[in-house]
Design a protein around this ligand. Sequence first.
Ligand SMILES: Nc1ncnc2c1ncn2[C@@H]1O[C@H](COP(=O)(O)OP(=O)(O)OP(=O)(O)O)[C@@H](O)[C@H]1O
Ligand SMILES: [Mg+2]
Length: 258
Amino acid sequence: MMAILSINDVTKVYEGKVTHRAINQLNFEVERGEFVAIMGPSGSGKTTLLNMISTVDRPTAGEVLVDGVNPQDLSKNELAYFRRRQLGFIFQDFNLLQTLNVEENIVLPLTLDGMKVEEMQKRVSEIAAHLDLESILQRLPNEISGGQAQKTAIGRALIHKPSLILADEPTGNLDSNSSKDVLELLGKINKRDQTTIVMVTHDPIAASYCDRVLFIKDGEFFNEIYRDDQRQTFFQRILNVLSLLGGHVGDFSSVRLS
Ligand SMILES: Nc1ncnc2c1ncn2[C@@H]1O[C@H](COP(=O)(O)OP(=O)(O)OP(=O)(O)O)[C@@H](O)[C@H]1O
Ligand SMILES: [Mg+2]
């Protein structure tokens, strides 16, 4: 079966006063239904990589294929549609629109598509039930907790039933309980709907919720490990690789192992 994501010999060079090779001939694939964490020291190229997958940025060489499609081959309109339908984004700072309530934030991608109101309402009530947001749908972002804000952002990312969810430090601004909630929720979504998730994180506990952790260093592949049945032992193995990796990684963990 075709991988949902293929990174084929991807290099990213930032040109400037000093040229900087942020990603160097990177190769990996993500299979449909996987939940993958990407870890690496600060400056190792994680956000650069995510930006190329999300089409915010383009590779200097090599190609990124999402479900067999190279987004760089699409026209501007096709690309906008592709991003909305195929990709879901979750950010560290939630990125909610402050003037829209929770429900409106969740359906925003559908309103952009001009979907019928009844269909939108059906989707939003399904998602709200699944994410346990039903009682706060009418609240504004400044009237909800960080955990609820991130769940709202997850709802918005899911509303199109995207094939790939990209998350950059989704628990970076959450306390330990909310982080646990959000990670368990991502795990549930991944298992229930076979939604593929690629998550950048500094936090070894967050990474231990995934099926696989891919480590990069100086823009190159360093190592990857797969989870066994025990999250505890996977967590230990992640710590072992991080200690080999060096640099500033996972120096603070916001989630408690329990
Ligand atoms: N627009 C840019 N122009 C030039 N250099 C850049 C640019 N963006 C990033 N870099 C450099 O590329 C390298 C990789 O940066 P990137 O943001 O991908 O790292 P990261 O792994 O996400 O780090 P962090 O964990 O701190 O978020 C860094 O050395 C950074 O300084
Ligand atoms: Mg980054």
